[in-house]
Write a new protein. Structure first.
Length: 103
């Protein structure tokens, strides 16, 4: 219940509860929606609850409530090499790892 109470507190800003008088619609894959709804139900939340929480945090903090990372060119190249099994190094322990890294 602490989790839900915390979320409730985040929704109550700028002088109290905000009136729910607008609708937001989004097209989304039905399977994804159903899967997310099931996960959220286990948490005691609905999709509408999560949309309200996210939009409230965006308005309050002027930022997304999670980090959106777009990998840079070096990261993309490194991930592709790893998927191909290239340039993979192994260390037997932390000391060996630090030695290989030159630290």
């Amino acid at each position: 219940m602490d989790f839900v109470a915390h979320l409730s507190n985040d929704l109550e800003w700028k002088g109290g509860n905000m009136a729910a008088n607008a609708f937001v619609r989004a097209r989304i894959d039905e399977g994804l929606k159903d899967e997310a709804a099931a996960v959220l139900a286990d948490m005691g939340l609905t999709i509408s609850d999560v949309v309200r929480i996210v939009l409230t945090k965006v308005a309050k903090n002027k930022a997304l409530p999670f980090e959106m990372l777009v990998p840079n060119k070096i990261t993309v190249e490194t991930l592709e090499k790893s998927e191909r099994g290239e340039e993979i190094y192994h260390a037997k322990d932390a000391s060996d790892l630090f030695e290989q890294l030159g630290i």
